[in-house]
Every structure is written in C-alpha cells, then in structure tokens.
Design a protein around this ligand. Structure first.
Ligand SMILES: Cc1cc2nc3c(=O)[nH]c(=O)nc-3n(C[C@H](O)[C@H](O)[C@H](O)COP(=O)(O)OP(=O)(O)OC[C@H]3O[C@@H](n4cnc5c(N)ncnc54)[C@H](O)[C@@H]3O)c2cc1C
Length: 522
C-alpha cells in the first residue's frame, strides 16, 4: 500500500522528479532510498497566499513497489449484428452514449447534421475569415459537437451524475494527454480535440456502429406512443429500439420540431452577457501576486461571482491564453464564445460574464411564446448584436471601463477576435436588467481581483449560449421523455447538462437506461 501525502511545493520542485522525490521523503520523514516509485495523483495551483505553490497529492511506494497501471481498458464489443439505437447528434452526449452502447452490446447509429471533423475545420475557417455562417457546420455543429474547437475544459461540479473518471479515461484512451487524469482543472485544447473525436469515430465504426454525416434529423417517428426511428433532411429513414436526442442547445429547429408535435417542452432559466478579454499577463499578475511569478506556472484562470439585487452574475468558460471565436449557428445572429490551444499560449485571457435570466424575465418579453420564451429572448439579443456589428460577424465591442460608465468607447483596444470589432454601446444593447447587473458586478469583481476593471479589457457581444433556455422534460428514473416512450432527451440541449464532461456523462447514462430496458436482447 502506498503512503498518500499532500505537499505544497514551488513550481521548480514540482517540475523536477528528483526534487519531488526528495520533498516526498522529507514529508514522510524517511530516507529517499527507502522509497520506490512516487506517483502524482492530483495537481493544482495554490495562489491563495502571497507565494504561488503547486499542491500535489502523491502516492509514495516502498522501495521495490510500483503503482498499478491506470485502468484504461474498455470492453467495446462487436455490435455489427446487434439491434440498433438511433443517436441524433455527435457532440459529447451523443459520442459517449455511443461508447456506452458499445460496452453494453447495442449498435449505435449516429446521425449528425454537420460534417466530419476535418471538413468542419474548413467551414470554421470560412466563418472566421469570410464570415459565412453555414447552419449545419461551424463552431457548434459537426462531428464532436460544440466542444470540439474549444478550450476543452473537463472539470465539472456534476460528480454525482456519473463517473467522471470513466469519461476522462476514455478520452485518454482516444488520444488525450494522461495529465488530464491528475490535473484538478484538466483541459485538452482545440489543437488536440479534433484528433480525439476522430479516434472515437474510428472505435465506433470498427465495432460495427454507424456514423452518418450531413444527416440533419427533421422528423421523429412514433408508433403506439414510442419513438422507433427518425427521418433526415434527405428523406432517409432510420429505425431503432430507441432514439437518443443529443442535439445540443443551439439546435433551435429541434425545439421547434418538438413544439410543432405538441410534445412536452419547458422554459428554463439561463444566462446572458458578454465576453470579457484582458491581457493574459495582467490576469497572471493579479492571480500570481505581481510580476515576479515563476515562468513554470501555467497561464492562469479566474472564477468570479457576485449577487446584484438578488440576481447572480458569474464568469463562465474562462479561457486562459485563448481566443474569442464567432459561434453563430445561423445567418443573422452574432454569438461569441472562447477557446484555447493545449499550451494556452495566446496573449489574451477571455471569459463569459453573464447574468442569470429567470423565467419571469423571459415571460415579461415573450410570454406568449410559452416554452420557447427564453429561446426567443436569446434570438432577439443575438440579432441585436449582429445588427450592432454591421450585419456581419464583426462583433460590437466596448472597453470595460466605458461599459461600466455607460459611455460609447471612442477607440477600441486589441482583441483576439479575428472577424474584427466595431464600437457599440453594449450597455444599451443588452436587456436593461442584464446590463445593470453586469455593470455593478464588474465593480464587485474589481474588489476581488484588483486591476480587473481596466480600460485595457474589452467586452464583446453577445455571450448567450452558456446553457439551454429550454428543457425537454424526461422521467427522472427512466430518462425517457415524459410523453414519448423510447425517446431519450440528453445532454445540454435537453437541459440536463452543461459542458463537455457532464454532457458526456448524461449521454452515457441514457445509453445505460436503454441497455437496461432491452437487456433481454443483449
Ligand atoms: C467555442 C466553444 C467553447 C466551449 N468550451 C468548453 C469548454 O472548454 N469546456 C466545456 O465543458 N464546455 C465547453 N463548451 C460547451 C460544450 O461544448 C457543450 O456543453 C457540449 O458540447 C454539449 O454537448 P452536447 O453533446 O449536449 O451538445 P453539442 O456539443 O451541442 O452537440 C450536439 C450535436 O448535435 C448535432 N445536431 C443538432 N441538431 C441536429 C439534427 N437535427 N440532426 C442531427 N444532428 C444534429 C450538432 O451538429 C452537434 O454536433 C464550449 C462550447 C463552444 C461553442
């Protein structure tokens, strides 16, 4: 049995295996020669006090002992001749539902409106450079879903909802850096994610699953109250034991499809705001207590929250060393989001800063639209941002200090956003309750991170896709839609997850329920 210890050491000690061994021996009051392998179990940055240290959880083995190899073997079965299950959407929820079906012995048939990840890259370049929005292929749609070209942050608070370690191990098995298994805040990076997503496809196809691209689902077939198949835009029908609906929260057409069928849908609180971008060096200096921080420390993140007259305002999807990207999914809208590469090496730090939007806020503006009231509020704000940017993907922008003062910026600073920015009064563009809350919250944030409220920081509109404004309600035990048996709404679009890891766990949970229901066929 190893001795498990937690030590805090300077970055240069953490980076050097010999120094680390020495530190472990000292912590255990043992001679170094008495120790065998010293294995890193968890790593986090501790910048709470004056000096920034790395907090390491270690397993120190006795001389001659070795740590067991990590459990990276998964039993994916050959499912070529097994009953099919339809999965609509190849985002994290859809892909991890498919991997779970392979483990259970059912055949996943994935229908994805977008393209293979390699072809998708070309559409993303077109959107970024030429501002051409393809409604089926871009930052949100296509193989791998919305998380494919992202920072690839993998931490989640939803530990009770599934097996986080299992998801991370599957990612490692498909090419992610094993460091994600030990980092307290693991991330993968936009340069690595496409390869991992393509490897997952290879696993699914090698085991006999099916993958269909450019197959936007426009109809769900129901017989005797149970979903039994779908039809895609080209009129092709696919039949299956069940349908997992993993279409993400940007697929407005899917919500409209369900609404047209009069199937249960619910409005859901969500969040709206802006993306803030600071120089990464400034954020490092604030978080690492001045200019003299170790070059071995990573580009640092931040997490901020404030209550403004009972309304929560919080930072979201912070991307250290990242870029702001155009994440619209239809012409006539402007949506920004953030990503970074694995090294987090850009000179910019960006984060969504959003205010909670309640059901009352949605009903006050679009009450007559019932379950889709929040979706319409989102669309209204995205369209206003598009118009304010000049009806292109140029983003309306403002200096942070001007936003707080309610003043148009006379000039704009540099940003990482490639389509470009145009000065606009963002304080007047957002709904008044969002604008007011954000302006007050930025003042509060500056008290927590001195120097955050600076004219060097830029704000870009609009950050509107933090979570789904609609829920597709399902039974808490069976995970089937409340009215339609064998229909499994899952992932972020169903309103039961937010982020890559929790969406992946939710997809896997739905696949497990499907396998339980049809265990006699396995
Ligand atoms: C730029 C960016 C950066 C992000 N960064 C992070 C991050 O660092 N960490 C994090 O945890 N989260 C991040 N997110 C959010 C994360 O990507 C989502 O939470 C997650 O992808 C949701 O997974 P999902 O499978 O539920 O849905 P999605 O990933 O949205 O996948 C849905 C899939 O369904 C397909 N689809 C939609 N409609 C249809 C249809 N009718 N027929 C067939 N297919 C359809 C879509 O093309 C898409 O591929 C980021 C998102 C973006 C856009």
């Amino acid at each position: 049995m190893p001795h498990t210890i937690t030590i805090s050491v300077p970055p240069d000690v953490a980076a050097n295996p010999d120094s680390l061994r020495r530190a472990a021996a000292q912590a255990l009051h043992r001679a170094e020669r008495e120790l065998g392998a010293v294995q890193l179990v968890r790593r986090s940055v501790d910048a709470r006090r004056g000096k920034t240290l790395l907090q390491l959880k270690l397993n120190a083995y006795e001389s001659g002992e070795q740590p067991p190899s990590p459990p990276l073997h998964f039993d994916y079965r050959n499912v070529a001749n097994k009953p099919p299950v339809i999965i609509v959407g190849a985002g994290p929820a859809g892909l991890f539902a498919a991997l779970k079906l392979l483990e259970k012995g059912l055949k996943p048939v994935i229908l994805e409106r977008g393209k293979e990840v390699k072809a998708r890259k070309r559409d993303i370049a077109k959107l970024t450079r030429e501002q051409a929005v393809d409604p089926n292929s871009g930052w949100c749609f296509g193989e791998g879903g919305a998380g494919t070209f992202s920072d690839g942050k993998l931490y989640t608070r939803a530990h009770k909802r599934g097996n986080v370690a299992h998801i991370l191990q599957q990612l490692v098995q498909h090419g992610a850096n094993p460091d994600i298994l030990v980092e307290a805040h693991p991330h993968i990076g936009t340069d690595k994610l496409p390869g991992i997503v393509a490897n997952i496809r290879k696993t699914i196809c090698r085991c006999g699953g099916e993958y269909h691209f450019s197959a936007r689902v426009v109809g769900i077939e129901v017989k005797n109250g149970a979903a039994c198949g779908v039809t895609d835009e080209r009129g092709v029908r696919y039949e299956g034991l069940a349908v997992a609906l993993a279409t993400g929260h940007s697929a407005n057409d899917v919500y409209q499809l369900l609404e047209a069928q009069k199937w249960a849908l619910e409005p859901k609180p969500f969040a709206l705001g802006l993306r803030a971008e600071h120089p990464q060096e400034l954020i490092n200096e604030i978080q690492y207590h001045g200019k003299g921080y170790s070059p071995l420390l990573p580009a640092t993140a931040y997490s901020l929250a404030a209550q403004v007259q009972g309304r929560g305002v919080f930072s979201f999807c912070m991307c250290p060393g990242g870029m702001i990207v155009p994440a619209a999914t239809a012409p006539g809208e402007l949506v920004v989001n953030g990503m970074s590469n694995s090294q987090r090496s850009s000179p910019y730090a960006n984060a969504g800063i959003v205010a909670q939007v309640t059901l009352d806020d949605c009903y006050a503006r679009h009450g007559m639209l019932g379950a889709l009231a929040g979706l319409h509020l989102r669309q209204e704000v995205e369209r206003a941002a598009w118009l304010a940017g000049g009806a292109t993907q140029v983003a309306p922008a403002q200096r942070l200090t001007d936003f707080v003062r309610g003043k148009l910026s006379a000039s704009l600073g540099k940003t990482s956003y490639i389509p470009g920015v145009a000065t606009a009064p963002l304080h007047a563009l957002l709904p008044e309750f969002v604008s007011r809350s954000l302006r007050q919250a930025f003042r509060e944030f500056d008290k927590k991170m001195r120097g955050y409220l600076t004219a060097e920081a830029m704000l870009l509109a609009v950050e509107s896709r933090t979570s789904s404004p609609v829920r597709i309600p399902r039974n808490a035990q069976t995970l089937q839609h409340l009215q339609i048996a064998n229909l499994y709404p899952c992932g972020e679009g169903a309103g039961y997850a937010g982020g890559i890891t929790s969406s992946a766990m939710d997809g896997a949970a739905c696949a497990e329920r499907i396998a339980e229901k049809y265990r006699t066929l396995l």
